[in-house]
Ligand binder design. Structure first.
Ligand SMILES: CCCCC/C=C\C/C=C\CC/C=C/CC(=O)SCCNC(=O)CCNC(=O)[C@H](O)C(C)(C)COP(=O)(O)OP(=O)(O)OC[C@H]1O[C@@H](n2cnc3c(N)ncnc32)[C@H](O)[C@@H]1OP(=O)(O)O
Length: 290
């Protein structure tokens, strides 16, 4: 695909963007439909799966999306694909995190299920035996940023924003996110970023090491992602995967063992009137901006 074709398609909604990419890169299209919240496609030449959040324009996470994502992660593991590229079909957003409408005046049982599904995805992604790379094709905020952080490598487009903004919304970052952040950036930068709820530009993120590379456009990000995954082509999967898990053990254990406590704490932060006010304020501000 040439870059003019890609630039044109990025202005059109997800369906065409993804089709254009598929036509040139992917020989074996999965049964996913355009209605699916997650699109999974496998390149049978490389064995790499490209998994895309398919909820434009913000690619924000609902319970259903997270449940589908969790199933897709199982599929990538069980079908023994050689690696996974995680991206979205939205033109300018990788993911804006949890859908704030899910958090506004929520039904507690659904809120618990939402957080539980989110944790499941984080555990599966963080501990996967196959190599993972996030092709961050736009903004990655809150839960979207953390999902990208759970991958092994991050390639981001210019002029985008990335960060864990939870404290700004009145939600404390769980301890596990502190360790996960320190696994990527310096402890000093992590403390500043997480306490402030900082959101970084692409250049700032590159400077502190939150992302690994900048790509010119989505096509370039996908090509760079394949290049990263190809590094492991000759490394035996089991040896690689177990070694990866040793580096990630503390975070994996915390996520696995603190699941219920985390869900309770999350529900309590979200139901707090001050947090409810901040969710509403964000949505109102976005409306008023227009
Ligand atoms: C022990 C186990 C632990 C396991 C977990 C471990 C660690 C996890 C740690 C932390 C992560 C998990 C927590 C997650 C919490 C969240 O994700 S809260 C949500 C965070 N997201 C946000 O605060 C909103 C982010 N959005 C933005 O910053 C901007 O929208 C943007 C993405 C940068 C895009 O900006 P742009 O100017 O282009 O667009 P607008 O801002 O004008 O928005 C357009 C439109 O979209 C709506 N919108 C944007 N984001 C959301 C959202 N997240 N939910 C719902 N709606 C959203 C916005 O309201 C506008 O709507 P419109 O006015 O109706 O057009």
């Amino acid at each position: 695909m040439n870059s003019t074709c890609l630039q044109k398609t990025t202005r059109i909604l997800n369906k065409n963007v993804f089709k254009c990419f598929l036509n040139s890169h992917i020989r074996n299209q999965s049964s996913a439909t355009n209605q699916s919240l997650i699109l999974t496609d496998v390149n049978d030449k490389t064995g790499f799966a490209t998994v895309a959040f398919n909820r434009p324009p913000m690619s924000n996470f609902t319970l259903e999306l997270l449940q589908d994502f969790s199933k897709s992660l199982d599929e990538v593991e069980s079908k023994n694909y050689k690696g996974m590229i995680l991206t979205s079909t939205s033109p300018t957003v990788f993911s804006a995190g949890l859908d704030l409408k899910e958090l506004l005046n929520p039904e507690p049982a659904r809120l618990k299920a939402l957080r539980t599904a989110y944790i499941d995805c984080c555990i599966k992604l963080y501990s996967s035996m196959y190599p993972t790379v996030a092709a961050i094709n736009g903004h990655a905020i809150g839960g979207g940023c953390f999902i990208a952080m759970a991958c092994e490598y991050r390639i981001m487009l210019p002029n985008s924003k990335i960060g864990l903004n939870e404290t700004q919304l009145g939600i404390a970052i769980p301890e596990v996110a502190v360790h996960a952040t320190r696994n990527i950036i310096s402890s000093r930068d992590a403390e500043m970023a997480l306490t402030l709820g900082s959101v970084f530009t692409t250049d700032e993120a590159l400077k502190i090491g939150l992302i690994d590379e900048v790509a010119e456009n989505k096509e370039d990000a996908l090509a760079k992602s394949e290049k990263f995954l190809s590094l492991f082509k000759k490394i035996p999967k089991r040896a690689r995967g177990i070694t990866k898990q040793f580096f990630r053990k503390k975070v994996i254990d915390l996520m696995t063992n603190n699941r219920e406590k985390d869900v309770e704490a999350f529900v309590s932060y979200v139901m707090n009137p001050a947090s409810q006010k901040s969710f509403q304020a964000f949505l109102d501000e976005a409306k008023n901006k227009k």
